[in-house]
Design a protein. Structure first.
Ligand code: FO1
Length: 304
């Protein structure tokens, strides 16, 4: 069994690619919940939903989130009313949030609902939110404290960040099964997700970092930074603003305590030596999953 520490899009693509080299039932994604929000009274879990939709072949590839073939009648109506329409919930996507919110109100956990949604969509991988408790990533910025989606969507991740807090993480309990999965997995893969806002909120849940530290030799991370730039999103910008090296070396340094093998892109081959100085094994391949062949090659590399 393979565990994959997962954010949204980058992780979803890797999980999809792993289907070519591994039976999906042997894969457990341990998923970030720091982006989750409550809006219109509905609980929305972007990373869990992006992974579910992607593995169900339903993801909207142009947007990177939400469902393909979506319509926006509810949002357009809400916008006309002067309601909060900046965070776009498509008409079909809304059903997911309505379902989740109702189940949570009935006493189900986030993990139970994630499993129900995955099963409904025929997803064979196990999708586990890292915790059922409320954990919120917040940004301290030059204009004040912003919630995750305020920073990310409303302000297009364009405001300088001075620090990041993963609120609630220290008191959160790992969801049932998370620590067992991490103890028992043959390999723990850190997906090419944003280290600071997708992976760190997983590592900060009590117990997770300790297990990875103990199992460092079984942990392999894929760099989300290629040639000094993020594949998607603000990872490069945040690394810079928070004083890290804006390269795969900065990412490797961030993971050095918990990760024994680092997968970097061929473009960055000249940085391999700097990474091996962190007592990490280095593997070099094409890490951009721009076509199915590259994605498959990357999947093979993380299992090699
Ligand atoms: N991202 C946007 O840039 N704009 C949106 O309006 C938006 C809505 C949205 C609705 C549901 C969902 O699951 C995700 C959504 N996202 C949207 C993506 C999300 O904000 C981020 O990409 C992730 O949280 C970062 O991983």
């Amino acid at each position: 069994m393979i565990a994959v520490l997962s954010g949204g899009v980058g992780a979803a693509r890797l999980l999809l690619a792993l289907e070519d080299v591994l039976d999906p039932s042997e894969v457990t994604a341990v998923v970030n919940v720091g982006d989750d929000l409550v809006l219109h009274g509905l609980t929305i879990c972007p990373d869990l939903d992006t992974i579910t939709y992607t593995l169900a072949r339903l993801n909207n590839d142009e947007l990177g989130w939400g469902l393909r073939g979506e319509s926006w009648r509810v949002m357009d109506e809400l916008d006309a009313l002067g309601g909060q329409a900046w965070f776009r919930l498509g008409d079909r996507d809304l059903a997911t949030h309505l379902y989740r919110s109702q189940r949570l109100a009935e006493g189900a956990t986030k993990a139970e609902v994630a499993e129900e949604l995955a099963r409904h969509h025929g997803v064979a991988q196990r999708l586990l939110p890292v915790t059922n408790d409320l954990v919120s990533t917040v940004f301290h910025t030059t204009t004040g404290v912003l919630s995750f989606q305020d920073y990310f969507v409303r302000h297009h991740h364009s405001i300088p960040v001075t620090s990041i807090d993963i609120e609630g993480a220290a008191a959160a309990r790992p969801a049932p099964g998370v620590l067992d999965v991490l103890r028992e997995a043959e390999r723990i893969v850190i997906a090419p997700s944003n280290p600071l806002i997708s992976i760190d909120p997983i590592l900060q849940i009590p117990g997770v970092r300790d297990i990875l530290r103990q199992r460092r030799d079984a942990v392999i991370a894929v760099s989300p930074i290629i040639n000094g730039a993020a594949i998607k999103g603000p990872a490069d910008r945040l690394l810079l603003e928070l004083g890290h090296d804006v390269s795969c070396v900065g990412v490797a340094q961030f993971y050095r305590e918990v990760c024994g093998t680092f997968v970097m892109d061929v473009t960055d081959a000249n940085l391999a030596e700097a990474i091996s100085n962190f007592d990490m094994k280095v593997r070099i391949t094409t890490t951009i999953m721009s076509n199915p062949e590259h994605a498959r090659a990357l999947a093979r590399e993380v299992l090699a």
